[in-house]
Design a protein around this ligand. Structure first.
Ligand SMILES: NC(=O)c1ccc[n+]([C@@H]2O[C@H](COP(=O)([O-])OP(=O)(O)OC[C@H]3O[C@@H](n4cnc5c(N)ncnc54)[C@H](O)[C@@H]3O)[C@@H](O)[C@H]2O)c1
Length: 354
């Protein structure tokens, strides 16, 4: 998937809602969705801190009273010292508890700006304007915010719902190809969460359908006590792939969403091995990945042993790795799969080339 798909997007603005934090949160999607600032700027705000990164387009004319604060252009921005620096910028800019935070960027920006908004003066308003595909279909929706520690990702954070999520598709025109592929992997995931004809829709409706599913899931399970966990389909092996590259001190050869795509294929093969789904259903998974132009194969650079090491390393998994698996009742969280079964499937998967 690349920016050419923007050509299939109509000019209509669409809106869906999340019910969370005791209110309705609009998610507006379309080309030019952010341009009319008055349509999303809350009346009570006099000022706002706009958190973004260099190179990210700001899809509206910045009004008076907005101070722009840049964070590092990588996952490294998600650390506690960034929160301290944003707080200091906000104090200097005179941002009070009646003002707000505007996050303009990908998931890194919305995670860090959201966490900042949740703790500044014990919590101020936030509006999310995601500019990456992954942000529009996933990270900016749902109220999870956070930063990383040396010990792991997203270990300090909060649930802090924005007032609105504004997905201006025009912002995607400058998104790098790797980030398009990453967003595509997360979009492909929604096919198995109810959007089964996703690929046949024009691009704006694809984004809308994914956002709508995420909104429904979050509305039903804001704090991830049940169904929300299903949004992690493909992520168990996906995270192990990313961990294995990180462990080598290398940038992952594939993006997060691509790793999730590979993880979904592995999950489908594992589900078939456990007798939960048929070989035809595995084929359907492959067709979906193909439609999103994603590779289903484990990156050749990785040895199966490395990936297995990262599957086992997750200390939360007392009963072995937890997988989200397809089955007769749809996706389910499955724990306690015998290690031998997982090892056998990974070895077969690593040797599989179509
Ligand atoms: N809170 C959640 O529910 C949630 C869900 C999924 C992911 N996440 C988090 O999101 C992060 C990943 O987000 P991401 O995939 O958006 O990556 P990202 O935020 O790192 O953005 C990727 C790169 O694209 C650049 N970029 C973003 N929009 C651009 C645009 N329109 N034009 C040009 N460059 C642009 C960014 O500056 C960055 O360099 C991770 O930290 C992950 O943990 C959070």
């Amino acid at each position: 998937m690349n920016r050419d798909v923007l050509d299939t997007a109509g000019s209509e603005l669409r809106e869906t809602l999340i019910r969370a934090a005791g209110r309705e949160i609009p998610i507006r999607i379309g080309r030019g969705a952010a341009g009319d600032v008055g349509s999303w700027w809350p009346e009570r705000w006099k000022r706002a801190l706009l958190v973004t990164q260099e190179g990210v387009p700001i899809p509206f004319d910045i009004p008076d009273g907005v101070v722009v604060s840049y964070v590092e252009k990588s996952e490294g921005a998600k650390r506690l010292s960034t929160i301290e620096r944003l707080a200091s910028d906000a104090i200097k800019a005179g941002i009070t508890r009646n003002d707000g935070v505007i996050a303009v960027g990908g998931g890194v920006v919305t995670d860090v700006a959201g966490f900042f908004a949740s703790v500044y003066y014990r919590g101020i308003d936030l509006v999310n304007l995601p500019t990456s595909l992954l942000g529009m279909v996933d990270a900016a929706i749902g109220g999870k915010t956070g930063v990383n520690l040396g010990e792991g990702k997203n270990l300090v954070g909060s649930f802090w719902q924005p007032l609105a999520v504004i997905c201006d598709l025009d912002a995607l025109a400058s998104l790098p190809s790797r980030e398009w592929r990453s967003g595509a992997g997360e979009m492909a995931k929604y096919t198995f969460l109810g959007a089964d004809r996703l690929q046949s829709l024009p691009f704006d409706l694809q984004v809308y359908s994914c956002a709508q599913i995420k909104a429904e899931v979050v509305s039903a399970d804001e704090r991830e006590s049940g169904r929300r966990a299903l949004l992690n389909y493909g992520h168990t092996l996906g995270h192990a792939i990313e961990g294995a590259f990180l462990g080598r001190g290398e940038e992952s050869a594939i993006s997060h969403g691509e790793a999730v795509g590979v993880g979904m294929i592995f999950a489908a093969r594992l589900a078939r091995g456990l007798g939960r789904i048929s070989a035809e259903r595995v084929e359907e998974h492959l067709k979906v990945l193909d439609a999103f132009h994603l590779s289903p194969f484990l990156p050749q650079e990785l040895e199966p042993e490395e990936v297995i090491g990262y599957l086992k390393v997750d200390k939360k998994n007392k009963a072995g790795p937890t997988f989200i698996l397809d089955g007769p009742r749809g996706l389910e969280v499955v724990e306690g799969i015998e290690e031998e079964v997982i090892l056998r499937e990974i070895e077969e998967f690593a040797g599989w080339s179509g």
